[in-house]
Design a protein around this ligand. Structure first.
Ligand code: GLN
Length: 456
């Protein structure tokens, strides 16, 4: 808590610090420990954690960094929060994000941007820049994020932290504020691969309250990480995705990526190049499917049920429809409005087949490309992000340039596969570079062995 207090004026990673609650939880854990009642708890028992403000916390204000949820206190905990509490992990507070997790820089927060601790004139990536910066600046040893198109991995890349998007359905979405439900997934933010594995084991598992939860055992990720730390990768087949990397990627990013691939080979992995030609269309498909789901999910913020209510201006009839319009006009930021409009258009009668229908077909082609690649290899690799951290303000007026940040992370969301970003050293500009690994669905453990080997 002292580190948070010292760092926050420069970093702004937190929207809420729940210090009193965290200390009470820590005291309760200590008392249990003294009585010998903590046996059998996960290894992370007692370790504090920060939570992206996209995940609801009972009794602690949850805003998704939006004015429309200002002051909203959830009456229940997300499943992942229940699991953290059961594991004796105190909650340090709620971290900043792009409003409703829509963005790649954390500048679209209604409560000011988060800064990158490596260079505070630069962005930490997004949307989960708060969680990434909190971990990178030692304000928190661990954090949770949500990843719809890269919001855990891209900030991980830009801040030199480990970030994982689990298999879709591997971690319960119950209590994750819905952005694009077929893509959203909660996952760990950590400083080491093993920490991430241990955290994913705490939060993972089947949940009947999430209709897309997969009934399967939690993959043995910590064991895989420990195995990987021995740096022996004989028998591991790695696929280099031809379409991700090279042209359009910062030279220093590409260089660190190639060095990491060489390292995998030196440790005994068999590396081959694989082609996933339809990944070229993944970004386009994502920016149809995601806004479509956003337009539907965000319809619930109507001034009736949650947070903000703004009454119509003088002279405008005081009807529910006018109240709803005034509330949404005042409560949502520009990027959120842009996506609601795009999505409403893509779903509208006459355009539905041309836009939404086509995008869904492309999604199937992306899945086919991955399935074919995984017939040959255990894990696919690429740079996480085309560049290192950019300057605050640099891409705010150019949504397309902002969207391009996710070119390498989005395919895994479309396909529902697990994917991880780990630090791969610094680029020529002295800023962190991320290395991405992608594994087949339900095989999150396959990410952890090569990742831990590279880290060691
Ligand atoms: N940057 C992507 C977007 O703006 C990813 C968002 C996310 O993963 N939540 O859609």
């Amino acid at each position: 808590l002292a580190v948070i207090e010292a760092a926050e004026p420069q970093i702004n990673a937190f929207l809420q610090v729940s210090g009193d609650e965290a200390l009470a939880q820590a005291d309760a854990f200590d008392a249990k420990h003294a009585k010998g009642e903590t046996e059998g708890l996960p290894e992370l028992a007692g370790v504090p954690i920060a939570i992206k403000d996209m995940i609801v916390t009972k009794g602690i204000v949850t805003t998704a960094a939006s004015k429309i949820l200002e002051g909203w206190v959830p009456p229940y905990d997300a499943t992942v929060i229940e699991k953290l509490k059961a594991a004796g992990m105190p909650l340090l507070g709620k971290t900043n994000l792009d409003e409703f997790a829509q963005g790649s820089s954390t500048e679209h927060s209604a409560y000011g941007p988060t800064h990158n601790p490596w260079d505070t004139t630069r962005v930490p990536g997004g949307s989960g820049g708060g969680s990434a910066s909190a971990v990178a600046s030692f304000e928190a040893p661990l954090a949770l994020g949500t990843d719809t198109g890269g919001s855990i991995r891209q900030p991980g890349s830009l801040t030199g932290t480990v970030g994982v998007k689990p298999t879709y359905g591997g971690v319960s979405r119950f209590g994750a504020i819905a952005m694009a439900s077929s893509l959203d997934q909660i996952g760990p933010v950590a400083r080491t691969v093993l920490d991430s594995a241990l955290l994913q084991e705490v939060i993972g598992g089947y949940d009947e309250r999430d209709s897309t939860s997969i009934p399967m055992p939690v993959p043995p990720m910590a064991a895989a990480a420990r195995e990987g730390a021995k740096r022996d990768l004989h028998g591991v087949k790695v696929g280099l995705i031809k379409e991700l990397g090279g042209d359009g990627y910062q030279p220093g990013v590409q260089a660190r990526f190639e060095e990491a691939v060489q390292l995998l080979q030196d440790m005994g992995a068999e590396v081959i190049e694989v082609s996933c030609p339809r990944l070229e269309y993944a970004l386009g498909a994502y920016y149809i499917i995601m806004p479509s789901e956003v337009s539907s999910n965000l319809a619930r913020y109507d001034g009736m049920r949650y947070g903000l209510r703004v009454m119509p201006a003088d002279g405008v009839p005081q009807t529910a429809a006018n109240m709803m319009a005034a509330t949404r006009e005042a409560g949502f930021g520009d990027e959120v409005k842009r996506r609601i409009i795009l999505g409403t258009y893509a779903l509208s009668a006459g355009y539905y087949d041309a836009w939404y229908g086509s995008a869904q077909k492309v999604r199937t082609l992306v899945i086919e490309d991955f399935n074919k690649a995984f017939e040959q290899v255990d894990v696919l690799v690429s740079p996480t992000s085309p560049s290192t951290a950019f300057k605050l303000g640099e891409k705010m007026d150019d949504p397309l340039a902002m969207y391009m940040n996710d070119i390498a992370t989005i395919p895994a969301n479309l396909a529902g596969t697990p994917a991880m970003s780990i630090p791969a050293g610094l680029s020529d500009d002295g800023l962190p570079v991320g290395f991405q690994l992608i594994a087949p669905q339900k095989r999150d453990d396959l990410l952890y062995k090569p990742a831990a080997a590279l880290e060691a």
